[in-house]
Design a protein around this ligand. Structure first.
Ligand SMILES: CC(C)(COP(=O)(O)OP(=O)(O)OC[C@H]1O[C@@H](n2cnc3c(N)ncnc32)[C@H](O)[C@@H]1OP(=O)(O)O)[C@@H](O)C(=O)NCCC(=O)NCCS
Length: 233
């Protein structure tokens, strides 16, 4: 079940504002990507320009007002998840990061990227970026946001506990995960653990948690519940 509308709308922390991505942001976004993902290739100008061309209103930037620097981003696209499996990889869901599968008729806003520059982390920017995306879901009358959460604390627990147990302990607060904990604080709920979402994510031991936030004003009909999506072969 979703926590529904429990995450309150929140202004950006003092000194920051949330706005749409513009072309001048691309070099800084690529630098943040290189800084936070040790095993992923950073976005290219071409990819970011494609996101902007296909769905400009879904590409959010948190800007540090004094410096004008990009402090964080949340990128999204609209999908018809009936065309996918619950355990499809990030590459499949985002057309290899290009978002060319963006479907303006889709009922789900897919959170394809959330990253905050290391020096701006722990200021609540993930939360305000997530809330901006949640506002877009409400404004468009979509059913939900969905995404895949890394769980980079899991590799060190791999030998002792199953992914589902890890998620339950993160949910209860017994374990703090650098990413999943933040998502749960920000109003997302876990649907299921899946393997191979980001195959090179060694910190997560290749695992991820499928997460969602249901729009309480416009929930999906029961047959479109994410847990009812088929698994790959
Ligand atoms: C995950 C990430 C986006 C979080 O960004 P952030 O701006 O630091 O997160 P916030 O400051 O908004 O924190 C969100 C919530 O999580 C909590 N939180 C964040 N980090 C925490 C930690 N290490 N321990 C406990 N709680 C934590 C915050 O307290 C806040 O909850 P609350 O205000 O309701 O109490 C950031 O760490 C990041 O960019 N990581 C690398 C890229 C990545 O893996 N992205 C996720 C892809 S799925």
């Amino acid at each position: 079940m979703s926590r529904g509308g429990s995450a309150p709308l929140q202004r950006p922390p003092e000194g920051y504002r949330v706005r749409s991505m513009v072309e001048a942001d691309y070099p800084q976004i690529e630098a943040i990507c290189a800084a936070v993902y040790s095993t992923e290739r950073p976005y290219t100008d071409e990819e970011l320009a494609t996101h902007h061309r296909l769905f400009p209103e879904g590409q959010f930037v948190a800007e540090h007002e004094d410096s004008g620097d990009v402090a964080g981003v949340h990128f999204s696209l609209m999908l018809n998840l009936a065309h996918y499996h619950v355990d499809d990889s990030w590459d499949v869901l985002t057309a290899s990061g290009l978002f060319t599968d963006h479907d303006p008729q889709g009922h789900t806003l897919y959170g394809a990227e959330l990253m905050v520059a290391p020096r701006h982390q722990h200021h609540g920017l993930a939360k305000v970026l997530t809330n901006a995306t949640r506002d877009l879901v409400r404004a468009k009358g979509l059913w939900r946001m969905a995404g895949g959460s890394r769980m980079p604390g899991y590799a060190q627990h791999l030998a002792e506990i199953e992914p589902q147990t890890y998620i339950e302990r993160v949910r209860s607060g017994e374990i703090v995960d650098p990413v999943l904990t933040a998502h749960l604080h920000d109003g997302w709920d876990v649907v299921a653990p899946i393997r191979g979402y980001l195959p090179h994510d060694d910190e997560s031991a290749g695992w991820a948690a499928i997460i969602q936030w249901i729009n309480p004003s416009c929930p999906p009909p029961p047959e479109f519940d994410l847990s009812k999506l088929p698994r790959r072969g």
